[in-house]
Design a binder for this molecule. Structure first.
Ligand code: ZN
Length: 441
């Protein structure tokens, strides 16, 4: 864990396991009363650190059943997410972020209730419903320069792309989400990852690489969007994110509740999770419902099938549009010709993940050998603090990491001549370059 000048560095996922199970909803007794959808409510949980996470959120998901689909520990925070299966067969969602000292930040989205649950170390529990009547129709800046960079060979072959994200907050936005920006940022990112998984986009995930807090609360305007990298310049320098998202708390000059480049890497909004999923959908290259013209690709729209809907066209449920998913009414959540945001995400993953990249080492080659050993050398990469050696495995094109070094040469034991070796540069914040060219004995 690394904190500096209001920024926090979240680099490694120490444990990542995906499970599909019903959470044990133990008979929770939290000495509290559940909130109404009406307004923000506070109450107190006793001995919060001793309570299980399931006990803490039990009353806000009732009568839903949590079907957890992911559980990870990220920098000491346990981040979990999954569906809420409701008695009326509708699907909601739950994202929980639990810190080591017992605090909980949770995003609850279910029929009739959508909002942010925060329980602090003292057990003070607050539920803040999402703003009900907000529309995000004029929230796009068409980004012509970026649009020219959109892939024209529709490649979906990459098996796993990670998009690094910095989330910036104004101080007042941090207060409005309960005081812990990192927990909230982890929850937002997980909420988008849940939407991607639910929409069968398995090749792309977002990763929070940093959080920066600025004192000023900026308005949501085109000028601020254009200037966003300067507002959060310290975080951009420190964390090298691919995407930058800003969370503000509302301002009299706001032109919308959110704003994003379409396509691009910059977006911002009020703190609600559905706005986050919506705006980064614009970054990916989608617009709104199919009835609204102007999307970069004909299938770049959200979808409303009349019974259920998705991000960017209705916003109910944690989904991006895709014809591959059938809802509880037997209706598809997208249309191949007009509403396939899952495809847009897959096709744009490479672009989104390469806004910031570390240069790969060049000129990788064999520099010496004996009967049993081979030495490779390479030209340095400007940002590298370390180099990681890789080699192919017997079965084919898959590569495995075999060593780390700070030198510009590395010697391996090898007599076969069939194994191909590569090197990657790693910079000070742990970002890796692509593989260098390959070389063998
Ligand atoms: Zn929009």
């Amino acid at each position: 864990m690394f904190e500096i000048a209001g920024m926090r560095f979240s680099q490694r996922v120490f444990l990542a396991l995906s499970i599909v199970s019903l959470a044990a909803l133990l008979g929770a007794c939290v000495h509290s009363s559940p909130p109404d959808p009406g307004g923000s409510k506070s109450w107190v949980v006793e001995n919060v650190a001793s309570k299980s996470t399931a006990e803490l959120y039990a009353d806000v998901i009732k009568p839903g059943v949590f079907e957890r689909s992911s559980s990870k520990v990220i920098d000491g925070y346990t981040v979990e997410s999954g569906n809420l299966r409701m008695p009326d067969k509708s699907l909601g969602s739950l994202v929980t972020v639990r810190s080591a000292d017992g605090r909980l930040t949770a995003l609850v989205e279910r029929t009739g209730l959508r909002g942010l649950l925060v329980i602090n170390k003292q057990g003070e529990k607050t539920f803040t419903p999402d703003r009900a009547s907000v529309n995000l129709r004029n929230d796009v800046e068409v980004n012509a320069a970026e649009e020219r960079k959109l892939p024209n060979s529709r490649s979906q072959t990459k098996d796993s792309v990670i998009v690094d994200m910095l989330i910036g907050y104004s101080r007042s936005a941090v207060t409005s989400v309960g005081g812990d920006a990192t927990s909230h940022a982890l929850a937002l990112v997980e909420s988008a990852n849940l939407a991607l998984r639910q929409s069968l986009v398995t090749s792309v995930s977002l990763k929070l690489v940093g959080v920066q807090i600025v004192e000023q609360n900026y308005p949501i305007t085109g000028d601020v969007l254009d200037n966003l990298q300067n507002v959060f310049s310290e975080g951009v320098r420190a964390f090298g994110p691919d995407m930058l998202y800003a969370v503000f708390s509302g301002h009299p000059d706001d032109v919308s509740a959110g704003l994003a480049y379409m396509p691009g890497r910059l977006a911002m909004s009020l703190p609600e999770a559905w706005m986050f999923r919506h705006e980064i959908g614009h970054n990916a290259g989608g617009l709104h419902c199919p009835s609204e013209p102007g999307a970069p690709v004909p299938y770049g729209h959200g979808y409303n099938n009349g019974k259920s809907n998705t991000a960017q066209c209705g916003e109910e449920g944690v989904y991006y549009s895709t014809p591959a998913v059938i809802d509880q009414f037997g209706l598809p959540k997208g249309d191949a010709a007009t509403a396939d945001m899952a495809r847009v995400w897959r096709e744009n993953a490479e672009r989104l993940s390469s806004y910031y990249s570390v240069a790969a080492p060049t000129n990788f080659k064999k520099t010496g050998s004996t009967l049993t050993k081979v030495t490779f050398g390479w030209s340095p990469s400007s940002e590298a603090v370390r180099y990681d050696m890789y080699r192919t495995v017997l079965s084919g094109t898959e590569v495995v990491k075999i060593a780390e070094t700070t030198n510009l040469t590395h010697t391996v034991s090898d007599t076969s001549g069939k194994t191909i070796y590569y090197v990657k540069a790693v910079n000070a914040i742990g970002k890796e370059s692509n593989l260098s060219n390959g070389a063998s004995r």
